[in-house]
Design a protein around this ligand. Structure first.
Ligand SMILES: Cc1ncc(COP(=O)(O)O)c(C=O)c1O
Length: 446
């Protein structure tokens, strides 16, 4: 263990980490990053196949983004966003409204995915309060959904391992079965699927819509819950149901936004008009913390009143709309245009998904799923029975260690190995990453 790591472990408490494990498997010390690669002190590199927790879009240290950050830091580093404004936030909001689903016209800034979600939940709740619908206190969400780690965001998340200890603190939420086709909660096969998993949503909306504020979900890809890709029809029908029963629809695009799924937003694969959309991660191409909660004029207007009416949204964060982060986000959007990203993307996606399909042949691969440049491989004990690998087997850790020896960061989600590739990835890089990953999974004995 070198001196840097010793000091790290003396002071730092890492997220989502059992710190005791760090004695055997200390954190990797990264010195610099460029494009698709992270470099350690010795110059050894690792392909950042998970885009540093799904936020990197155009590659690390992109010169246009770093230049924009540097320019902005010299001009205006930060100013509070209550009673003040600045060019970066105004221009970025205008561009985001232009890109987002057509009914989303208002932009509320915060600084990470959880706060973007927390904002949407609180806005939805207060919207109903402001409109005198005092019974509405309940949120709907999906099992295996993930929306962040603040109390509200955890309340609507459905990954038990992360959240169970905090349950006594949660907002009132009803969890619904997720459209997890490989392990269909309704026990159906793909051929027999009639989207029965929507029925519990319909029932709860029908019976309790007067108590329900909003339904929140990740559009088409449930990321942290196991990279579950679900049918477009589910999203379309769920949106129709929320509209029918006058319940808000919150689309959490924190992980799926900015091209990752092949379109600017995952919602663009279908035609839906949400009441809220949450964005973060890829917003600044993974350079600085920033997030937005987009909403409609209708919701905005429910808060627009005389001061003494007490309809104000008393919520905000110190670094709201930080000018440097806004500059990074604008530079990232410029790259989409200047480099015509959506022109080259379909060929890369096709290549990636075709290569990924090869994993189906392997012994312990139960399912292969993908959307855009996100792909996942679910490992199982038995292909036929879909028997789950025991937690104690810690197969993901074995794969992670083997990956590092092959220049790959294969950080698993339980028994799911996944790729969350930046849009700058080349076909050669895709091939290298998938070939090496294939060899690693092929070499496993279970
Ligand atoms: C869909 C989704 N929503 C919200 C969050 C929370 O974002 P953050 O970690 O920035 O708080 C995440 C993080 O992974 C996410 O995947």
């Amino acid at each position: 263990m070198n001196d840097w790591i010793k000091k790290d472990l003396k002071y730092n408490w890492h997220p989502y980490t059992q710190m005791k494990d760090c004695r055997q498997m200390p954190p990797l010390f990264i010195e610099r990053a460029k494009g698709f690669k992270l470099y350690d002190k010795t110059g050894n590199f690792y392909y950042d196949t998970i885009s540093s927790w799904w936020c990197n879009i155009h590659g690390h240290s992109h010169p246009k983004i770093t230049a924009a950050i540097s320019r902005q830091a010299k001009q205006l580093d930060h100013v509070l966003f209550a009673g003040f404004t600045h060019r970066g936030a105004i221009e970025l909001s205008e561009r985001l409204v232009d890109l987002a689903p057509v009914n989303l016209k208002r932009v509320f800034y915060s600084d990470n995915g959880s706060t973007a979600v927390e904002t949407a939940l609180k806005m939805s709740f207060q919207y109903w309060q402001n409109n005198n619908q005092k019974k509405k206190k309940l949120f709907l969400a999906l099992d295996r959904g993930y929306h962040g780690d603040t109390i509200g965001a955890m309340s609507v998340s459905g990954v038990d391992l992360f959240n169970r200890v905090f349950k006594p603190l949660f907002y009132q939420t009803v969890k619904l079965p997720s459209p997890y086709c490989y392990r269909c909660p309704m026990g159906k096969t793909k051929a027999a699927c009639r989207l029965d998993c929507l029925k519990p949503l319909e029932t709860v909306l029908k019976d309790r819509h007067q108590e329900i504020c909003a339904f929140i979900l990740e559009p088409l890809l449930m990321a942290a819950g196991g990279m579950i890709v679900y049918p477009k029809e589910y999203l379309v029908k769920a949106a129709e149901l929320t509209k029918k029963y006058k319940v808000h629809l919150i689309l959490d695009e924190v992980a799926t936004g900015f091209g990752r799924t092949g379109r600017m937003f995952s919602a663009d694969h279908v035609s839906v008009d949400p009441d809220f959309m949450c964005l973060s991660k890829g917003l600044t191409s993974g350079t600085l913390p920033l997030s937005v909660t987009l909403t409609t004029d209708k919701i905005y207007e429910a808060f627009y009143a005389d001061y003494q009416d007490k309809k104000t949204f008393y919520h905000g964060h110190t670094y709201t709309a930080n000018p440097i982060a806004c500059a990074a986000a604008k530079a990232s959007l410029d790259i989409f245009n200047e480099d015509d990203i959506f022109k080259s993307l379909p060929a890369k996606i096709k290549f990636f998904q075709k290569q990924l399909e090869k994993f189906r042949d392997l012994d312990f691969v139960g399912d292969v799923r993908s959307l855009g440049l996100v792909g996942a491989i679910e490992l199982v004990k038995n292909k036929k029975t879909k028997a789950v690998l025991p937690f104690q087997r810690r197969i993901g850790i074995e794969i992670y260690k083997k990956g590092l020896n092959q220049h790959l960061i294969l950080r698993p989600l339980g028994n799911v190995i996944y790729f969350y590739l930046p849009l700058c990835v080349t076909k050669q890089e895709i091939k290298f990453v998938l070939d090496k990953s294939y060899q690693i999974i092929e070499s496993l004995t279970i």
